[in-house]
Every structure is written in C-alpha cells, then in structure tokens.
Ligand binder design. Structure first.
Ligand SMILES: *Cc1c(COP(=O)(O)O)cnc(C)c1O
Length: 437
C-alpha cells in the first residue's frame, strides 16, 4: 500500500470502528466510554509535552498550565479516595503496579496474589507465566486461596498458606488484593493482621473497581488496612487510559521515586488532563453512576440466569460490582461464544473459570465468559434495558438465531443510547468520530 493509501486507510479504519461501536452493545468489564470533555483533553497539545518530576519541581520548562492541571488532578483524586498521598503519573495500571513493586519489594521477595484462573491479573503473575511480578520484577509469587463458590478469597485457607510460608522462612513481603474478576469486596480487614504482623505491605489493585470505590459503593481499601492502592482510570472510573497510586503520606517518598525516575519519563499529559476531567465528573455524578452500574450488573445477571444461563454466585445476588461471570460450558466454550456474539454486535470476552486449568481447559477456549455493565450504564441504560440485552444474548446463544438478523436489531436498539451520561456536557455523541484535519 502506498504511504498516501495507508494514511487514508488508517483514518478510515478509525471511522469504521466508531460506526461499529455506535451499533454495538459494549459489555467488556474492563472498558468504558469517556465524556466528550475527556476526548477534548486527549486531543490537546498536552500530548506533545514533557513534565518530568513533580509539579513545581519539574526538570523541563513549559509546564505552567500542566502543573496546574496536575495539582487539580491530585486534589480531586485525594478527595475521591480519601487519600493522604496520590501519584497520578503512572501511565497505566500495569505501570502503577510496577511502581508499587519497586517501592515496596526487592527482587526475590515473596508476594501473594490470586492466580490468573482465579481472577488474578497478568501483572501479579508468576515468572514462568510471563507475569509482570515474576518475569519483570523477579518476585516469587504465591497464591491466595479462592473459595470457588463464594468467588472470593478464602480467609482460613489463605491464613494457613501464610503460616506455612512463615514456618519455611519465606514470609510474604507483599500481598496484592484485587483482581480482574472482582465481583465481591476482598477480605482485607480479616487478613490485615497476619500480613502486617510479618511486616508485609498490603497492596490493593483497584484497576477494575477504582470508580466504584470513588463512588462509595465498593469497599474502602485504605480504611480496611491497605497500605497502597494502584488504579487504572478507565474501567469503572470513566477516564482515559492511564493509571495512578493512592496511599498514605508515610509512603510518599518511596512511591514518588519509584514512579519517577523509576517508571515514567513522560507521563502522558493529555491523558492526565482527561483523568482530571473524569475525576471532576466522578465527584459530581459518581454516586448515581456507580449505584446504577451495580444495579445493572445484578439485573443483567438475573435476566441471564432466568433465561437459562449459569451465572455464578447466584446465592449472593451474583455481584456487588460491575462484573458477572458465567459458566458457559453447557452452551459451548468461551472463545467460540465470544466470536458468535461479536458477529451479532454484542461485545463480551472469554474468561477462565477458577477450575478451568484443572479440568484441562485453556485460555483460548475457557469455560467462562465475563460481562460488565460500566459502559452500557454510561450510555444511559437501566434495569429494563438489561432484560433486552439478555434477550439478544439468549437469541444468539440458546435459540441460535441468525446473527445477521440479531445484529440489525441490536443496531436499532442502540439508536436510543448515543449520548454519554453522568457528565457535565455531552454535545458530541459517545462514539461520534470527530475530524479536525
Ligand atoms: C486491567 C488491570 C490492570 C492493568 O491495567 P492497565 O491500565 O490496562 O495497564 C492491572 N490489574 C488488574 C487487576 C486489572 O484488571
């Protein structure tokens, strides 16, 4: 392809993507859609600049306005998380976790976290799996125990594992609570003493639930015993893709140094401005938005359950966050189901179930699918719409209707939800493609 053709092809693909999302039901639990104001920030000149260092102590000129935005961001984030100290410079959740590891551990230290099939994230993965903690940071990762039925950390079994590690002379230096399948608040309070007694740092990976915590509907990790919390700003928190760390004043120097010069040179200042806008939106609308996210997740779970799907944790009303996990083995495998639904413009993702590896299933064709309600909530959908969404999924997966017909009806349904809600201004539609060239 000629350079000119590649240029136009790239821009056309962007427009095609926008059109597709205008007509789809986005149910990826780690995604969301940001407001027009956030998109404006992303397109600003901040994205061309450097601001190494801390506001007021930069090692670059030209930061007059950048400093003011970063200070606003820090102030808003401190209030949203009731935190003494925040570092808003990590450019993603992965980078925030790396900074956290750097501040609180040395290579070779023992760290505990959930395994990937149990909902853990690649950043807390073991070395032989290529996980960040093991492969990049050289941490010796051991697993927290998961109660399969409760879909939560098993307190007694975890205590037992920690005791064994202590007996062997390998006490954990760090524990990471938090997960990528995170339907119920983790038992930090119940486990804080055993970790703090051996001098371990209690970390909490809030990538998925940062918005829910900020909205005051999930747990409050810093009050429950966490020393440090890492964030992604674009999952339930509806900002652009970025990261952050919130903690206590006594850890400020260690974290600041780990972030810069440790982990970032430029810190994506356009995204940082977008995070600032999103935090202001969360302050104003976060309460209503997060309550609706959880109500929608429970409504979608129930609607799917009523239509014959094996949604996990029914005895606990399925979820207390944005995410629901479905055992799809009666209908197929997660990979195939994901593909079929995508053809009908319903965007979900395959997911390992906690017992999948033991039963010989693989992450390409796992036994589960994961759905989240953050983005459809941001688009203004409520409980009645969750029943309509469940109907589309049933028609494709159980009734095996023609995906082309369902896809047309999905597009028709989506026409009613084109604006971003829970924000100050929404003149531009959620997926409108904005040309400035
Ligand atoms: C998504 C996720 C991350 C990584 O976040 P990015 O912002 O994509 O780098 C880290 N931890 C958990 C538990 C996650 O789910």
């Amino acid at each position: 392809m000629s350079s000119r053709a590649s240029y136009f092809q790239t821009l056309k693909l962007l427009e095609d993507h926008h059109k597709w999302f205008r007509e789809s039901i986005p149910l990826i639990a780690s995604e969301n859609v940001s407001s027009p104001a956030v998109r404006e920030a992303l397109a600003s000149d901040f994205g061309h600049r450097y601001a190494e260092g801390w506001p007021g102590e930069r090692v670059y000129a030209g930061c007059t306005y950048i400093d003011q935005v970063e200070l606003l961001c820090m102030d808003l984030m401190k209030r949203l998380f009731s935190a003494e100290f925040v570092d808003v410079r990590p450019i993603s959740g992965v980078v925030a976790n790396l900074a956290l590891y750097t501040a609180f551990t040395e290579p070779g230290d023992v760290m505990m976290a959930l395994s990937i099939p149990c909902g853990g994230h690649i950043t807390t993965g073991k070395k032989h799996l290529g996980g960040t903690a093991g492969a990049v940071k050289g941490l010796d990762v051991r697993y927290l125990a998961l109660d399969y039925k409760e879909l939560n950390i098993d307190v007694d079994k975890t205590r037992e594992r920690v005791r064994k590690l202590i007996q062997k002379g390998d006490p954990p230096k760090l524990v990471m609570f938090g997960a990528s399948v995170f339907p119920f608040p983790h038992p930090i309070k119940e486990l804080a003493d055993i970790f703090h007694d051996v001098g371990a740092t209690i970390g909490y990976d809030a990538a998925h639930v940062a918005g829910l915590i900020a909205g005051g509907i999930f747990q409050d990790p810093l009050r429950e015993g966490a020393d440090v919390v890492s964030l992604s700003t674009h999952k339930t928190l509806f900002g652009p893709q970025h990261g952050g760390i919130v903690s206590w004043d006594k850890h400020s120097e260690a974290i600041k140094k780990a972030t810069f010069p440790g982990m970032v040179s430029n810190h994506h200042l356009h995204a940082l401005a977008g995070v600032t806008v999103a935090c202001a939106e969360m302050m104003e609308f976060g309460r209503d938005y997060t309550r609706q996210v959880v109500k929608n997740a429970q409504a979608l779970a129930k609607a799917l359950h009523d239509r014959g799907f094996n949604v996990l944790a029914e005895h606990k009303n399925f979820t207390e966050s944005q995410v629901i996990l479905i055992d799809i083995t009666k209908q197929g495998d997660g990979g195939t189901i994901e593909e079929i639904l995508e053809k009908a413009n319903v965007i979900i993702n395959r997911n390992l179930l906690p017992w999948d590896i033991k039963e010989g299933r693989h992450f390409m064709h796992p036994g589960g699918i994961r759905l989240g309600t953050s983005e459809v909530t941001r688009l203004g959908m409520k409980e009645p719409e969750m029943a309509e969404v469940a109907d589309f999924i049933k028609r494709v997966i159980i009734k095996k209707e023609d995906v082309r017909r369902v896809k047309e009806e999905v597009a028709e349904f989506r026409k009613r939800y084109q604006k971003v809600h829970y924000c100050f201004e929404n003149a531009t539609d959620a997926y409108e493609y904005v040309r400035i060239r």
